[in-house]
Design a protein around this ligand. Structure first.
Ligand code: GH3
Ligand code: MG
Ligand code: MG
Ligand code: MG
Length: 299
């Protein structure tokens, strides 16, 4: 079953197609003009569009050209339907990006087969898009904690840093590292260590904004970039994370333990030219937090 969108200015043409396509098990929607098609197409998100060529107002070709400009519809196969099967209109619409062309009056089983072919194309496009999405997620995510990885963190943060620099907006960085983490692994096993890493990610996610960028930079070290946050704001977030982890008990296979974090927080002053400079400064502050006895925030 697929979602088919019929666009035709003649009500009887719509009805005929509608009944037949619905009989075939498709979900159908219609529009009686190019403009109505453009108004409804995003909400319906069809798999295939059957588009009449000859319509008053916006023609089929004009409608097709507009549809191709909509990002999410751009790859939806469009079958042009026309009484005018002159070579020129076939060439014009295929060059505009139509998937197929069928002349009126059409033989229904032929139209049906063309719709099936277009549906198959759409399905393989959707599968390809989903596979690409999965690959992109794998390439940008740390599989244990589901945070961004180091590479993607710097990609995203370099963009945020450029924006902050151009518009002189606040931007802060929090660096954090688990205290005496080696002892958790040594005393409770590597799986308990992994559990702690997942808890760090979970606590951080719960304490930050949607627009903040959280990543596991490696080992038991995480970073958070907070666009539009001053050092004071980011320090409050860091303190909230520190407290939440301090209070948390992690358990695995009947054993329980607790652990703490050290954090460094810094803010873009307007003078830095590279995002790395902020990370390096936050890292030095984190090191000071370790030196001052751990389980604290230094900004
Ligand atoms: P400090 O308070 O100075 O940060 O001490 P620490 O023990 O946390 O730091 P250290 O760098 O000596 O040890 C980090 C440990 O983190 C050693 C390493 O085995 C462990 N580790 C790194 N990645 C992982 C991981 O993915 N899973 C687990 N379980 N442990 C990890
Ligand atoms: Mg017409
Ligand atoms: Mg550590
Ligand atoms: Mg470390």
């Amino acid at each position: 079953m697929a979602k088919i969108f019929i666009v035709d200015d003649v009500e009887d043409n719509i009805k005929l197609l509608w009944y037949n396509l619905e009989d075939d098990g498709h979900e159908v929607m219609s529009a009686s003009s190019g403009q109505e098609c453009l108004d409804k197409v995003l909400a319906f998100n069809p798999d295939v569009i059957l588009l009449d060529m000859m319509m008053p107002g916006m023609s089929g070709s004009e409608t097709l050209a507009q549809l191709k400009k909509i990002e999410t519809i751009e790859n939806t196969p469009v079958i042009m339907v026309s009484a005018n099967d002159g070579d020129d209109s076939v060439i014009e619409t295929l060059d505009l990006g139509a998937h197929d062309f069928i002349s009126k009056p059409f033989i229904y089983p032929v139209l049906e087969a063309r719709v099936r072919s277009a549906v198959r194309l759409k399905q393989s496009q959707d599968e390809l898009a989903a596979a690409n999405q999965t690959l992109a997620t794998i390439a940008s995510t740390d599989s244990l904690t589901e945070c961004f990885n180091r590479r993607h963190f710097f990609e995203l943060c370099n963009v945020e840093f450029s924006k902050a620099k151009r518009h002189l907006r606040p931007l802060s960085v929090i660096m954090l590292d688990a205290d005496k983490f080696k002892a958790i692994n040594d005393n409770y096993g590597h799986a308990m260590g992994d559990e702690a890493l997942k808890v760090i990610a979970e606590v951080c996610k719960a304490c930050i904004r949607e627009s903040d960028i959280l990543a596991r930079l490696g080992g038991e070290e995480f970073a958070i970039c907070c666009p539009e946050s001053t050092c004071d704001g980011a320090t409050r977030i860091a303190e909230r994370i520190r407290l939440a982890v301090e209070k948390r008990t992690i358990s695995l296979n009947g054993k329980s333990t607790q652990f703490t974090l050290s954090l460094g927080v810094t803010e873009f002053t307007g003078a830095e030219t590279q995002f790395d400079q902020l990370v390096n400064r936050a890292d030095r502050l984190l090191y000071q937090a370790k030196e001052q006895g751990r389980n604290c925030v230094i900004s």
